[in-house]
Ligand binder design. Structure first.
Ligand SMILES: [Fe+2]
Ligand SMILES: [Fe+2]
Length: 284
């Protein structure tokens, strides 16, 4: 209830944005270990606009198939469950929230998709239980930044362009009375996305006095993912330094060589992030 009031205040409208129903259905399938590719592609195929956009992406140069892909089932066979889930969630979320003011839309989604990709890679390799929600949580992790920017573009611009060494969360709290991690978690809660995802988003930045060991696993995975993409996929205008990344990696049981392996496996999907921006995000 409190979260809903804060969201309404931030947005100054009666209704907070809705999340497309297809996202809930994809999440439900993701959390079911017995779910098949057929079930996933059937859910996606019921949303014609989403299907068209996924097919457009799959046929883009980034995937490099020699022959055109005509339907979602064919795409599923060629790309696999994980990729179809990522493409579908990415396309749905980006289109729902396009057009932010005060942050650069391209760099925002490029960054969010990269965090989602690496968080998924870490969960897969580390057998972390958050795998079914890893991609969506990465995608939504900084949604609070976008909402703050929608609420007040001028203030957001000032908050995110200031580089005085103060953690961005503290600057957000001073300017808006709330930070983007808390706001994102409130929105996830409002959408009933589940406690794992909500707590993960809410704890994805750590302040020096906020104990690392108290953060849920998904929050630490998102934190580490932020750190790993900070150079290649930065969130322009909102530098989010992650000084405790080494400590976080150790707390998750990760060694450097394993993280390097995950990043090597993520290289191709990270290249495909640009396909979303050039192909997917421009479709409507
Ligand atoms: Fe971020
Ligand atoms: Fe963030």
């Amino acid at each position: 209830m409190q979260g809903q009031q804060t969201l309404k205040h931030i947005l100054r409208v009666d209704e907070v944005p809705t999340l497309p129903e297809v996202i809930h259905r994809i999440l439900a399938i993701s959390g079911d270990p017995a779910a098949s590719m057929r079930q996933l592609t059937e859910v996606v195929s019921q949303d014609l606009a989403l299907t068209a956009n996924v097919i457009r992406l799959v046929n883009s140069a980034y995937f490099g198939f020699s022959r055109p892909i005509h339907n979602i089932h064919q795409a599923g066979v060629l790309l696999g469950f994980q990729s179809i889930r990522s493409l579908s969630l990415g396309t749905s979320v980006i289109q729902q929230f396009s057009g932010p003011k005060g942050v650069d839309e391209r760099s925002f989604w490029r960054h969010s998709l990269a965090v989602a990709t690496v968080a998924t890679g870490l969960c897969e390799r580390g057998h972390h239980s958050a795998l079914p929600v890893a991609f969506l949580s990465g995608l939504l992790t900084d949604l609070g930044v976008l909402l703050l920017a929608l609420h007040n573009p001028e203030v957001a611009q000032e908050v995110y362009s200031t580089q005085d060494g103060e953690p961005v969360l503290l600057r957000e709290r001073a300017a808006f009375g709330i930070d983007h991690a808390t706001l994102g978690a409130e929105l996830a809660d409002h959408w009933h996305l589940g406690s794992t995802l909500t707590a993960g988003i809410g704890g994805h930045h750590l302040l020096p006095d906020e104990g690392l060991e108290n953060q849920p696993e998904l929050a630490r995975i998102l934190y580490l993912s932020e750190y790993l993409v900070a150079e290649t996929h930065p969130l322009d205008g909102a530098p989010l330094a992650e000084p405790n990344a080494h400590q976080v990696a150790i707390s998750l049981g990760w060694q450097e060589a394993q993280i390097e392996e995950v990043m090597a496996n993520c290289a191709r999907p990270l290249e495909q992030v640009d396909a979303f921006i050039t192909v997917g995000a421009s479709a409507s």
